[in-house]
Design a protein around this ligand. Structure first.
Ligand code: CUO
Length: 696
């Protein structure tokens, strides 16, 4: 854990709140510090010293050393991801934990700090001997990727002038990237939500598209790439509709100017990094940046797109395999998984040369739009990396386009038949939601403030926490009540809960073929159905898509830090992947935004997956399984991801009412937003948090 603390400072400075010094062999110090070795050990004594073993041989690090220590690093960049992949291999090859620690200590001051944290995180996550080790929050290690740059000099002043313990939080202004002249500003609270961006960083950490094959090749990873991002677009669209905006339009004409602009204001003074902006009406250009290994023409994107559509419509993929006539059928059961790997693309794509890398290179073309040939020596914009991409409105236009490709494929499969959807003798009679202090079938949203600790991201600042206070959306936790009649014998069912908008931009009821793409998953869980009437209650906080608020933001405000053995703290590794609980439902509107809550109980016998997994020290990290899968295990639902809304309607179905079979029901609900802000609460370390209701 200390190896993750303050990655921007040299290894020998005190780490962690308990000020531990890592005593490294002199040979591990960088050239600058080697002559000062003895002086350094005296000057940074630490309250406790951990000695790091010296390895007889250090593996060849020339590839990962190709990026300087402070440069920006992104896994979307082919050059960076090749380097990181090599470093992951090196960390994975360490014979035991001692050797891993020693290697990491050697790399700490030499390797690019973002790459170092990324590769070490991937290794810690996937090595047998480090399972269950918690990682620090990425937003704490690198707050410059998550919060407005203006807070850093104020935070520095606070840490220098005021003693730890008496410092006051630095407030991050709520509207810091734009104002209402830009209509996109209405949903900036969604795009710039720290928890949402952390989720996305974690997702791509858990599902890298390149690296050692056994790390990349996770169960149904291509399909999950489709589904998790499809759900982001559905959530964003519902958020937009609830703010009187239209649904996001696909970025499908790559020769036209792009009206959406983005000015990120994430500048990092420490690293002399100013994040490039994208003014309105920028255009795609051919990118020729040899040094970044990003050389891609708009023609390339178009060629890949056409070949992908050919595959979808012909039902065959071109592969390099003369034995099979050089083509492979896109099968119903795993076609979407193969297509996900092709489109993203991951190293599991069956033909990287032919289908290219449409999604990844799209991110790159957009992120270099301001300097496509590197003549101004500018780095990539926010779209160039997963920790920041979701801040930019263009992210959603690009992913709406990517999603459309997958929808085109799904349309070739036709609709689910009534039999595919039914569960014999099971009749879902009703669903309702309730929350303390509000009307039945209403949900309530408001603003809340929370704190994030910046101290690890302030290199060379005095020790002790300094908090930044930010404002985010929150809702009153609610309870679902579901009544199910089972006229057959005892069986197990899977309850699937979704929420979708009821009306389109024009205020007209949505047709099912559109509405199905807007349903967001709220929860999925198993139940045992006894014969007769069954009633189930379920808390919104138990959701299978979210992680708890305190895990997104960890034990903030407590001032306490994980000690060496931090088993008592919430795990933050694989478990850091998960939609933030505070963003479970959209903001709604002051009048009460009208939605439809949908519940289906499917036959668990058809959903069950034989797990091949082994729990990680008892923690399975199952609580955000819908979007993140389960650590070291197969995806826990045998159905297609998004079932029953992933396919087009069967013939004759125009409305949700016509779609439902007796094992489904739906209920109108309203989401009422109150424009008031609930103050940040000081929380005890790692204690579960109660969300306060807004005061009247
Ligand atoms: Cu997650 Cu494009 O894949 O950002």
């Amino acid at each position: 854990l200390y190896l993750f603390d303050r990655p921007g400072e040299p290894i020998f400075t005190g780490k962690g709140d308990d000020n531990v010094t890592l005593e490294v062999p002199t040979e591990y110090l960088t050239e600058r510090y080697k002559p000062l070795a003895s002086d350094i050990q005296k000057r940074f004594p630490g309250d406790r010293t951990i000695r790091v073993n010296k390895l007889n041989t250090i593996p060849d690090m020339s590839v990962p050393l190709g990026l300087s220590r402070d440069s920006p690093f992104s896994v979307f960049n082919p050059n960076h991801s090749t380097m990181a992949s090599k470093l992951i291999e090196i960390f994975m090859a360490a014979k035991n934990v001692e050797e891993l620690i020693s290697l990491a200590a050697y790399c700490h001051d030499r390797i690019n700090k973002y790459m170092y944290v990324y590769a070490l995180s991937v290794a810690v996550l996937h090595r047998q001997d480090t399972r269950g080790v918690d990682l620090l929050s990425h937003a704490e290690m690198f707050p410059c990727l998550y919060v407005d740059s203006s807070v850093f000099s104020r935070a520095m002043e606070e840490t220098v002038v005021v003693q730890a313990g008496s410092r006051t939080p630095i407030e991050i202004p709520f509207d810091y990237t734009s104002n209402n002249l830009d209509i996109e500003h209405r949903v900036s609270y969604f795009r710039e939500d720290i928890g949402i961006n952390l989720h996305h960083w974690h997702w791509h950490l858990v599902y890298p598209y390149r690296g050692p094959v056994d790390i990349v090749n996770k169960d149904r990873r291509g399909e999950l790439f489709f589904y998790m991002h499809q759900q982001i677009i559905a959530r964003y669209n519902m958020e937009r509709l609830s703010n009187d905006m239209s649904r996001v339009t696909r970025l499908n004409d790559w020769r036209d100017p792009i009206p959406e602009a983005y000015f990120p204001k994430l500048d990092n003074v420490n690293a002399n990094r100013v994040w490039p902006s994208r003014p309105s009406n920028s255009r795609f250009k051919n990118v020729d940046r040899e040094k970044d290994l990003v050389v891609v023409d708009i023609d390339d994107l178009e060629r890949w797109r056409n070949r992908i559509f050919d595959a979808i419509h012909s039902g065959y993929i071109v592969v390099n395999d003369p034995k099979n006539n050089d083509r492979m059928r896109l099968r119903v059961n795993d076609g979407i998984n193969v297509l996900g790997n092709i489109v993203e693309s991951s190293i599991l794509s069956p033909n990287l040369i032919y289908y290219g890398s449409l999604h990844n290179e799209g991110h790159n073309v957009i992120s270099y739009i301001h300097d496509p040939d590197n003549r101004y020596l500018e780095n990539y914009g926010v779209m160039g990396e997963p920790a920041t991409a979701m801040r930019d409105p263009i992210f959603y236009r690009w992913h709406a386009y990517i999603d459309d490709i997958f929808q085109e494929y799904k349309a070739t499969l036709g609709g689910y038949s009534v039999q595919d959807l039914s569960f014999e003798n099971v009749n879902v009679q009703s669903v309702e939601v309730s929350a303390v202090g509000i009307q039945r079938n209403e949900l309530a949203t408001f603003w809340q403030q929370s704190d994030v600790d910046l101290s690890r991201g302030l290199d060379f600042a005095p020790r002790g926490s300094v908090l930044a206070r930010f404002t985010h959306l929150q809702h009153i936790p609610f309870t679902y009540k579901i009544a199910v009649e089972n006229s057959g014998s005892q069986r197990n069912g899977t309850v699937r809960i979704f929420l979708g908008p009821k009306f389109d931009e024009a205020g007209l009821p949505l047709l099912f073929r559109e509405q199905r793409k807007l349903f967001v998953e709220l929860d999925k869980f198993s139940v045992s159905l006894k014969k007769g009437r069954n009633e189930f209650s379920r808390q919104s906080t138990e959701s299978s898509v979210t992680i708890p608020h305190e895990r997104t933001y960890r034990n903030l405000g407590s001032g306490s830090r994980p000690a060496e053995n931090s088993a008592a703290l919430p795990a933050f590794n694989f478990c850091g992947c998960g939609w933030p609980q505070n963003m479970l439902i959209p903001k709604g509107s002051p009048e009460g935004y009208q939605c439809q809550l949908f519940v289906m109980v499917s036959n668990a016998a058809n959903d069950v997956v034989q797990s091949n997994g082994t729990a990680a020290n008892g923690q399975q990290c199952t609580d955000a399984a819908s979007y993140c899968g389960v650590l070291n295990s197969r995806y826990p639902d045998a159905r297609n991801m998004g079932y029953p809304f992933d396919r087009v309607p069967r013939d004759g179905v125009a409305t949700l009412q016509q779609f439902v079979t007796p094992n489904m029901t739906f209920q109108d609900v309203r989401i009422r937003f109150t424009n008031r802000t609930v103050a940040a609460v000081q929380r005890p370390a790692a204690a579960p948090t109660q969300t306060p209701a807004p005061t009247k």
